[in-house]
Ligand binder design. Structure first.
Ligand code: ADP
Length: 607
């Protein structure tokens, strides 16, 4: 048997389906609630391992720290202390002054008048505003203060519980406020407006990647080294030309102490200064788009599929290991390029698809191995049978020729021997020819002859040849109906097919039964049927009988000699003529094999 080179069932529809399921499961896992906590921790880890480039800080924090509150009489006097500090800061010419203390209500009038005067004298002033808890409105600075501000920005952060980002935009009621840090950045850049698009904000020359649907989240690149000066410090020389953030840092008074990805607590004013630094240095981080995440995951799945389809053994496992490693590294690579890539999605896609592909190939390869082993066993059986079959004409030829050589035979005897040698050697030649044809037919190398012949001319000789076999079992060969039809195709192959169906029907039927043959036209087809009252087959057996070397258990047990190749050849012959085989069968009741040939291969003889 010639073996043809092929991918042994490696990339099949089943394989692709299994990988698709793995991909979908990975996507579902990546967007499940399980993923959320994990993504946060992974983000913090990358954040710590890949700190931003060190830059000189462009901002300064002027802090109401413990010392300042102690020295100035605490939060009660905060407005007076703030006013004094503003006067001193102003004389150092800062670029922008941001006050992270919401000043909504009027207090002691004396303090408010001093503060208003100080605010009026402060250039590029940004005041803070916050949303009233559980109410959809803003708590703005009182109008007397507000009139002196260049901008009013919101003071909100977004702890989750770690404060990785701040919303650059917050809407309450009908009013929208930009974050204080963003307003400070706008004033510092000298830009008049903040231009908006769906996925970014434009401030002067700087494009801030931030999507509208995320509330304009800005991921903060926390840096160390933003200088902090106490609001009661003897000198404010450090604020010259800088963006100054004034706020409360004293542990006893600061309301807004939040966790950062570094695992340290930070006050609100520090977080806003950090957000400002992120914008000032353009060190932005933006989440990767959904489509790019899905595309990367799909590529990983395809890669896993290819690895197990085209490699095997250790080579496949090692390459798959490298793929898994790469999947873990992807978020780190993306992070170093300013993109926040989910951690779970590529990992899940790679692990699930590698697992699915490896399992699939393992089981498929094992099944194929088992199948090829049983094919080989059956093939050997067939070879034994063939050699056995060939031996009988050979023995007859050998014996006759020996007799002729050794003895002086009379003419009649000699003639009989010669005829015997002649017919047996012809039988042998036919046998060899049939086996060669079968092999070539299987390999698709044989040209099918195309000649026109009557169906009756094929069926008749087959019946004659099968009759002795049937008579031995007292089986009646009944011709039901043979319509006058002309077939076009290979007559010898057709004869082979019909003869095979007839002998099978006889072989697998008990004595004293009837085998019926018919040939009719049905719409565009010609149907040649052989019906028996034999052992029959169940559904499962029916599915396998056209496989090479397959024999049912009942057939094996019947004692009838067989190879299990006949039907596979019959089917190939019919297929080569553009037709198909139909079989109906019932265990113990009998079977009906029908060759359905298209009208193209048959034509009705006009009478
Ligand atoms: P063989 O007859 O040499 O075993 P075939 O390829 O002709 O091989 O048939 C394959 C198998 O199909 C048989 O072994 C038998 O199990 C089953 N089979 C074929 N024809 C019949 C039939 N008419 N009735 C019952 N079983 C059949």
């Amino acid at each position: 048997m010639r073996s043809r080179r092929q991918w042994p069932g490696r990339v099949t529809l089943g394989y692709i389906s299994v990988l698709t399921v793995a991909f979908i499961m990975a996507m579902l896992a990546a967007w499940s609630s399980l993923a959320e906590g994990m993504e946060g921790s992974a983000y913090d880890w990358m954040f710590r391992t890949q700190p931003p480039k060190a830059e000189t800080a462009d901002s300064v924090i002027v802090a109401f720290d413990e010392k300042a509150l102690g020295a100035t009489g605490g939060m009660r006097n905060i407005r007076r202390t703030l006013a004094t500090a503003l006067e001193r800061i102003k004389s150092e010419s800062p670029a922008v002054v941001v006050i992270d203390i919401v000043l909504p209500d009027a207090t002691d009038t004396g303090d408010d008048i001093i503060l208003e005067r100080a605010l009026a004298a402060t250039p590029n002033l940004v005041l803070g505003s916050e949303v009233v808890p559980n109410a959809d409105r803003w708590e703005d600075p009182q109008p007397a203060f507000r009139q002196h501000a260049k901008a009013v920005g919101h003071v909100h952060a977004s702890p989750d519980p770690v404060n990785r980002k701040i919303p650059l935009e917050v809407i309450a009621g009908r009013d929208r406020r930009w974050a204080m840090a963003l307003e400070a950045f706008r004033l510092r850049s000298g830009a008049a407006v903040i231009e908006e698009s769906l996925d970014s904000l434009q401030v002067g020359q700087t494009t801030i990647p931030t999507r509208r649907e995320t509330g304009r989240a800005l991921y903060i690149r926390y840096v160390s080294g933003i200088p902090q000066i106490s609001v009661v410090a003897p000198s404010f020389a450090g604020v010259r030309g800088k963006v100054v953030f004034i706020g409360v840092t004293a542990q006893s008074a600061a309301r807004d102490r939040l966790m950062t990805p570094f695992g340290r607590m930070m006050t609100g004013v520090e977080i806003h200064a950090q957000a400002y630094e992120t914008m000032a240095h353009g060190q932005f981080l933006a989440p990767a788009s959904l489509s790019s995440v899905a595309a990367v995951c799909l590529l990983l799945t395809v890669a896993a599929g290819c690895i197990f389809a085209f490699l095997s053994g250790w080579a496949a496992y090692l390459t798959a290991g490298a793929l898994l490693l790469f999947a873990q590294v992807i978020p780190h690579l993306a992070f170093s390029r300013g993109s926040i890539f989910p951690y779970l999605a590529p990992a899940a896609a790679a692990w699930l698809s590698v697992f699915a592909a490896a399992a699939w190939q393992y089981f498929v390869v094992r099944r194929q191995l088992r199948k090829s082993e049983s094919d080989r066993a059956r093939y050997q059986q067939a070879i034994h049978f063939v050699t056995h079959e060939m031996r009988s004409p050979l023995t007859a030829i050998q014996g006759s020729s020996e007799l002729m050589g050794r003895y002086n035979l009379n003419d009649a005897k000699r003639k009989q021997m010669v005829e015997m040698i002649n017919s047996e050697s012809k039988r042998l030649a036919r046998m060899i020819q049939t086996f060669l044809d079968i092999e070539r037919l299987t390999d698709g190398q044989m040209d099918i002859r195309s000649e026109a012949f009557d169906a009756a001319d094929v069926i008749g000789p087959c019946l004659e040849r099968a009759r002795p076999l049937a008579e031995r079992k007292q089986i009646e060969l009944h011709v039901a109906e043979i319509e006058p039809l002309t077939l076009s195709g290979d007559r010898e192959l057709m004869e082979y097919a019909v003869y095979n169906l007839l002998t099978n029907a006889v072989k697998y039927s008990p004595a004293e039964t009837v085998v019926t043959i018919s040939a009719k036209r049905d719409q565009n087809n010609l149907r040649v049927s052989v019906r028996d009252q034999g052992i029959g087959m169940d559904e499962k057996e029916l599915r396998s009988i056209f496989q090479k070397f397959y024999r049912t258990k009942k057939a094996e047990a019947s004692g009838e000699v067989g190879t299990g190749i006949g039907l596979s050849i019959v089917e190939q012959i019919v297929n080569h003529h553009g037709g198909r085989m139909e079989v109906t069968s019932e265990p113990g009741r009998g079977s009906c094999f029908t060759m359905v040939l298209p009208a193209a291969a048959s034509k009705l003889v006009s009478q």
